[in-house]
Design a protein around this ligand. Structure first.
Ligand SMILES: O=C1C=c2cc(C(=O)O)[nH]c2=CC1=O
Length: 513
């Protein structure tokens, strides 16, 4: 959420979070790398436009008009420079002056070689145990951020992967309304609205960049899981990938997988809600996963079909009013999985992204916990690939992305919670290869024909065939007639002339023949 340099009483009191890039003449002398033209410290721009009717507690949540409750000044970087102090590069650029263009390829996990699989699993584990070099998390609401003594900022270190988990939790946590009061759950800054695709896109970009820095490999790309297999098994749940099922407990991961050792973050959600605290970096129990094992809900015992993907990509409008989880004919609500794959909203349906989550049936199926299961990364890269393909096919048409009246956090110009430096939904609504420096190696399924289309094609084909047969018959008749006209009458004529009055000398008409 915030750079370590800004987790101080002074920074919080001043509202300024503009760390030095290289403080040549002491602290505060090179804010945002100003001395080398990387950037400068500016006022934060926030979205003041009205939000939708779902959120009714304005003034009560730190995430409103993000990030103004914490900071109102941030770095604005020039050119391809980026990051909290303009010390890094915009996605798609690398090198000391951020002038080298790169393209990262995100590949199907199942297409990786044994060595690549091993490297990816090890990289995830390294991210799980490596403290984030730049970012710390707030463990209290803004009201209590200075601690019991008013002088101890309540921030903690967190690992790179756990920061990925925590960011998701923070974006979906309920609004605390006071001790003894029920927290308000009608709020979600990353789901059930147009920001679903943009928020999760940035979430992944941030993890990918953190892992590139950790590995010192700017070409590292996150793979994806094509979850649209239509199967009732998890094809990436093997010990060389995301971990097989344990032989001892159906809902645990096999001990041959490193992921059986992972411990989850943000489990005690009831405590946070009643005490008004925030999840911290303390880990709890193991990852639970029981793919296709939810016997109470047969609908979530099978993964989406390839045909669902093909249909979803044909939904032509990005989002539709009320820009929520009951929107119909909305690409966003379809890929998120609250509509059926053709776009029709149906409250009983769970499809695509939602269905893949629920299929996992455990940690990965509960919104406040789901990124604890590393399958989350792969499930979301595939969802992002779908979003990118939709942007390509529909020419990145943002006209139906609402500027206002979307659920809180989802307006086009809203800064996505809890990312720092501020980044709007708008900035992620672009095709990835051209604007964000990554692309997907993926082949999309073609759409099967509908019954009406099949009938139409059959009728047209039959009509064309009949027309061809008629034309051919007419042709044959005409050729035959021509043949008759050319040969038979002439022979008859000639024969008649010669035979009728033949005297050995042809008449003028006979000599022409
Ligand atoms: O982690 C998630 C879990 C989800 C469950 C549903 C659902 O449709 O019930 N949706 C989810 C989204 C998540 O991100």
């Amino acid at each position: 959420q915030f750079p370590r340099q800004c987790a101080t009483v002074e920074a919080l009191r001043s509202g300024m979070c503009c760390p030095d890039y290289f403080p040549v003449f002491g602290p505060g002398t090179d804010r945002c790398g100003v001395s080398t033209g990387r950037g400068r410290c500016v006022q934060v721009t926030v979205d003041w436009r009205p939000h939708g009717p779902q959120y009714i507690h304005d003034g009560r949540d730190d995430r409103e008009q993000w990030p103004i409750r914490f900071f109102n000044q941030t770095c604005r970087c020039n050119g391809n420079f980026s990051g909290y102090n303009c010390g890094s590069c915009r996605p798609g650029w690398t090198g000391p002056t951020c002038s080298q263009q790169i393209n990262i390829v995100r590949r199907n996990l199942l297409d990786l070689s044994a060595e690549e699989r091993n490297r990816f699993v090890n990289a995830l584990h390294q991210a799980k145990v490596t403290v984030h070099p730049d970012i710390v998390i707030a463990t209290r609401r803004r009201e209590e951020i200075f601690g019991p003594d008013g002088n101890t900022p309540q921030f903690e270190n967190i690992s790179i992967y756990n920061y990925f988990v925590w960011s998701h939790y923070y974006s979906v946590r309920k609004t605390f309304l006071g001790a003894g009061q029920q927290s308000f759950g009608g709020v979600d800054f990353s789901h059930e609205g147009p920001a679903f695709v943009t928020w999760h896109r940035y979430h992944l970009l941030q993890l990918e960049r953190d892992m590139q820095n950790m590995l010192q490999d700017p070409t590292f790309g996150l793979p994806y899981w094509n979850f649209a297999t239509g199967q009732n098994t998890c094809d990436i749940c093997s010990d060389d990938l995301m971990g097989a099922r344990s032989n001892f407990d159906v809902s645990l991961i096999s001990q041959n997988s490193i992921f059986s050792q992972w411990r989850v973050l943000c489990e005690n959600v009831e405590d946070y809600e009643t005490l008004g605290t925030i999840c911290n970096s303390t880990e709890g129990g193991p990852i639970r996963r029981n793919p296709a094992g939810n016997v109470a809900r047969p609908m979530v015992q099978r993964l989406p079909e390839p045909e669902d993907v093909a249909q979803c990509l044909e939904v032509g409008v990005f989002d539709t009013p009320p820009f929520y989880s009951n929107s119909t004919d909305s690409f966003r609500n379809t890929v998120e999985g609250y509509s059926d794959p053709s776009g029709k909203y149906d409250p009983a349906v769970r499809s695509l992204h939602n269905l893949a989550h629920l299929f996992l049936n455990g940690t990965g199926g509960q919104t406040h916990l789901s990124p604890n299961d590393p399958i989350f990364v792969l499930l979301h890269t595939f969802t992002d690939a779908l979003f990118d393909e939709w942007l390509r096919r529909h020419s990145a048409d943002i006209s139906t992305y609402p500027l206002e009246n979307a659920p809180i956090g989802h307006n086009r110009q809203y800064n996505m919670v809890p990312f720092w430096p501020p980044v709007t939904n708008n900035e992620m609504f672009v095709t990835a290869p051209e604007n964000l420096g990554y692309s997907y190696e993926v082949e999309w399924p073609g759409r099967a024909l509908r019954v009406t289309e099949m009938i139409t094609i059959a009728i047209v084909t039959a009509l064309v065939l009949v027309a061809i047969i008629f034309a051919a018959a007419a042709c044959i008749v005409r050729v035959k007639k021509n043949k008759d006209e050319l040969h038979q009458p002439l022979l008859t004529d000639q024969y008649q002339h010669y035979s009728d009055d033949y005297d050995g000398i042809p008449t003028p008409s006979q000599s022409v023949v």
